[in-house]
Design a protein around this ligand. Structure first.
Ligand code: AMP
Length: 520
């Protein structure tokens, strides 16, 4: 692992890696995907969860450690903020980080008497919640994060849900300033008591830590009421306030209910709401939040090819009255449109343009044997997308990153309302990382080879030997889990079901039982 403190060294490292000059044995030739985890150091398990996620999803992981003076007010704890670089370095090394970028303030152009350019997010997002008592804080965050994005040029950047307002502002920054970066929000990591981990917890005595656990307890009380049907802000917030009031050592700064993306106040939760708290306990200012969603659940089914995902997903959707989001049909519809428009299959910019201006619609089929009905730009293409020509070109279209990004956007838009079952390779990790139920459906290579042989026989086709089929399935598994775009990944919170020896009905029943146990 490398440690850089200057912009020049970071740029040089990138340059060399791009050219593949400093690769050690087994290291990738190019910087094919870069994940950035911005931190202020004093790393704890919350930071490490972001690093772990970045490690899973990228070839190169960069952690920045920078206590950003721009985001501290004049009376805040900039001077006393914990700085533990040696320990952080060891933790990053253990976590498999490739490089730490730990510049000084001067190196990033922050000096007394010098006024640098600033990034100013909308006031509607910065003047609310923590912004009320921390003027200039989010402008300081947005400015430094923009600099880090420009320096590191990551494909993905990882932020914690614990800082919910910061996460919303960064998402907005990336959207409004067109950064080609995916922002990955990661769940809050907590102490066993429920207290959200934070570098500032170091300011607390053991007794204060116990007292501070009331923050999460109060949010949980609101969640219980929400699950029982309470939707009104005034009632949910009152529940939180009452619980907080039990511990007099906790001084509440605010408790509010806002829409998690826009941070606008919410009076009644229609789709989702974030209850956010800030409080003081002893010398520490602590924040926490919880996102409440009233959408119908999403079931994400991932797994290797041939494990029976699409059949099972269709049956689960039909049995639970959910929509089967046939993502394969979406890629087929776009492929049909490309062919219909006469665009060359290798003309990536033209296809990107077509993808970002098309509208795809899906409707649940009436029976299990009927395919999902599909429209693209208001034309029904349910039958057209099943032609040999579309089949022959669909994987070339689906491997184009602009296409995947656009269809991901459309899929996630459907996901906002919930009530769907989707299957693929990265649904639970990437498309719907907050799905209520995640299944990882597998079967041994031998079982899948046997099933495929049976399929061939049913279709009256000449079949390969079992050994040949096993070899090709194992090769496909390897390619699927190592490819750059949307590789097969098992989400950490997915439930694995091995379908060896189980019928489709048995697998479906298992998933339905899990749904009733975990979602309803
Ligand atoms: P900080 O070092 O406090 O600026 O935090 C760096 C990143 O780690 C931010 O994206 C935080 O939201 C995230 N983070 C901090 N604490 C936690 C936690 N307990 N769980 C998950 N993420 C966290």
């Amino acid at each position: 692992m490398r440690l850089f403190t200057t912009v020049a060294a970071l740029r040089c490292y990138y340059e060399l890696r791009r050219k593949g000059q400093n690769k050690s044995a087994g290291e990738l030739n190019a910087l094919s995907s870069i994940g950035l985890v911005p931190t202020m150091g004093a790393l704890h398990a919350g930071h490490l969860s972001l690093i772990e996620r970045a490690r899973q999803e990228n070839d190169t992981v960069i952690v920045s450690i920078f206590v950003n003076p721009l985001q501290f007010g004049p009376t805040e704890d900039y001077q006393s903020y914990p700085r533990t670089l040696e320990r952080d370095r060891a933790l990053c090394e253990q976590a498999g980080v490739d490089a730490i970028f730990a510049p000084t303030a001067k190196e990033l152009g922050i000096e007394q008497g010098y006024t640098s350019c600033q990034v100013v997010p909308p006031a509607s997002m910065t003047d609310v919640l923590c912004g009320k008592s921390r003027p200039g804080h989010f402008q300081g965050v947005a400015t430094i994060v923009t600099k880090l994005f420009n320096l590191v040029q990551p494909d993905k950047a990882y932020f914690g849900q614990k800082d919910g307002q910061q996460l919303a502002i960064i998402r907005r920054l990336v959207q409004d300033l067109n950064f080609p970066i995916e922002i990955v929000g990661c769940p809050t990591v907590r102490e066993p008591s429920g207290l959200a981990m934070s570098s500032r917890n170091q300011y607390l005595t053991p007794e204060q830590k116990e007292q501070a656990a009331v923050l999460y307890r109060s949010l949980q009380q609101a969640e219980i009421a929400f699950k029982a049907g309470e939707r009104l802000a005034e009632n949910l917030l009152e529940i939180v306030r009452q619980e907080l009031a039990i511990i007099s050592a906790v001084t509440v700064e605010y408790v509010e209910l806002v829409e998690p993306n826009t941070l606008m106040p919410v009076e009644k939760i229609e789709e989702q709401g974030m209850i956010a708290i800030a409080s003081r306990v002893g010398a520490a200012r602590l924040i926490d939040n919880i996102v409440l969603r009233s959408r119908q659940p999403i079931v994400a089914i991932d797994g290797p090819a041939g494990a029976g995902k699409s059949t099972v997903a269709r049956q689960v959707a039909a049995a639970l009255g959910l929509v089967y989001l046939d993502t394969g049909a979406m890629y087929r519809a776009l492929t049909w449109l490309v062919l219909e428009s006469g665009i060359d299959i290798n003309d990536l910019p033209a296809i990107a343009e077509l993808a970002s201006s098309c509208q795809i619609q899906l409707a649940s089929s009436t029976g299990l044997d009927n395919p999902v009905r599909v429209w693209i730009n208001d034309r029904e293409v349910t039958q057209d997308i099943r032609t040999l020509e579309v089949t022959a070109h669909v994987s070339a279209i689906a491997s184009q990153s602009a296409v995947r990004q656009e269809l991901l956007r459309q899929q996630q838009r459907w996901g906002q309302k919930g009530g769907l079952v989707a299957e693929g390779r990265d649904i639970g990790t990437h498309v719907f990382p907050d799905a209520e139920l995640k299944i990882f459906l597998t079967a041994s290579v031998q079982e899948r080879a046997r099933r495929r042989q049976q399929d061939f026989e049913h279709q009256g086709q000449i079949t390969l030997t079992l050994e040949q089929l096993e070899k090709s399935i194992a090769e496909r598994d390897f390619l699927d889990s190592t490819r750059e775009l949307a590789p097969l990944q098992k989400a950490a919170d997915a439930i694995e079901i091995c379908t060896d020896g189980l019928s489709i009905a048995e697998v479906t029943d298992k998933i339905i039982a899990l749904y009733h146990k975990l979602c309803y």
